[in-house]
Design a protein around this ligand. Structure first.
Ligand code: CUA
Length: 299
């Protein structure tokens, strides 16, 4: 009856429609009976209140019908819960890390991405965790939602029914840019997915951009000149910036040393007009070199 973009959505819709329909039937039955009694037993028609006792068929009816309805709801909940919680063995496993305020996806061959690419028609299992606070991974169109908890692994699975792109949201308040913590689910043809999955890293310098994506930097910074939670990277390298250092304002050149310091110790020089909220991200020396190289090319 409802459009289902994933196998899980079909199950959830089924249960939702059944519960809603049962509730509507009960609401209508109770309301009609109430209105009927209002007329049937009002003071004019029934001056001496009727004393009605014991109607065995009626009592059986109002015990049996609600019991069947409630057990029906339980049945849908029970059977579908088992289905939703147990991924098939051949599911493609993808790691998901939530951090303030971005999503990062890691595939079995080490490939990383800031959007979730999956093949159509194949079961996918997500193994979720968090690098800082509790986030919650939510794909509304798929009716799937699971918390990302630091120090813990949680699971969810689905099979995409059709090609398309879908919104991914964080649905657990996790700080200032919670509402910006979004990503996209890309459902691809199996062949397209395999090509993407097997593709080697692109041209030199592109590595830095990939790191900025996978480490979540682009959750708060842009590469096109627009402001987000943090300043843009475009034109940053070697520009003059006004920063707050130990509570004092000063203007410095955004040279390589400044950029390295800003990654390793984000609170040291905070650009004027922006909140001092950037987390320290785990980054190796080689990764930092790649990021610096990319930002140098972006100026
Ligand atoms: Cu992450 Cu809200």
């Amino acid at each position: 009856m409802f459009h289902a973009a994933s196998n899980i959505a079909a199950k959830v819709n089924e249960a939702f429609i059944f519960v809603t329909a049962a509730c509507v039937v009960l609401l209508v039955a109770v309301t009609i009976t109430m209105i009927f009694f209002l007329f049937r037993y009002n003071r004019k028609k029934n001056p001496v209140p009727s004393d009605i006792r014991e109607n065995t068929p009626l009592e059986i009816l109002w015990t049996v019908v609600p019991t069947i309805l409630v057990l029906g709801m339980f049945y849908f909940g029970w059977v579908n819960f088992g289905y939703i919680r147990n991924p098939p063995r051949d599911a493609i496993e993808i790691g998901v890390i939530g951090r303030q305020w971005s999503w990062a996806f890691t595939y079995a061959n080490g490939k990383q991405s800031d959007v979730l690419n999956v093949p159509v028609g194949r079961p996918v299992e997500l193994v979720l965790t968090s690098a800082d606070v509790i986030h919650s991974f939510f794909i509304p169109a798929y009716r799937v939602k699971e918390d990302c908890v630091p120090g813990m692994k949680t699971h969810m699975w689905f099979t995409a029914n059709e090609l398309g792109t879908y919104d991914i949201f964080c649905t657990e308040y996790c700080g200032l840019a919670h509402s910006h913590m979004r990503s996209t689910l890309n459902v691809m043809q199996v062949g397209d997915f395999e090509n993407w999955y097997e593709a080697e890293a692109a041209a030199p310098g592109a590595e830095g951009l990939k790191l900025l994506q996978s480490k979540g930097c682009l959750g708060c910074h842009t590469t096109d000149g627009t402001k987000k939670v943090g300043p843009t990277f475009k034109g940053l390298y070697d520009s003059m910036v006004t920063v707050i250092t130990n509570g004092k304002e000063r203007t410095i050149r955004a040279d390589e040393e400044y950029i390295r310091r800003s990654v390793l110790d984000p609170g040291a020089d905070v650009v004027k007009g922006y909140p001092n909220i950037m987390p320290t991200l785990p980054v190796t020396g080689k990764e930092l070199d790649e990021i610096v190289e990319y930002l140098d090319r972006l100026k």
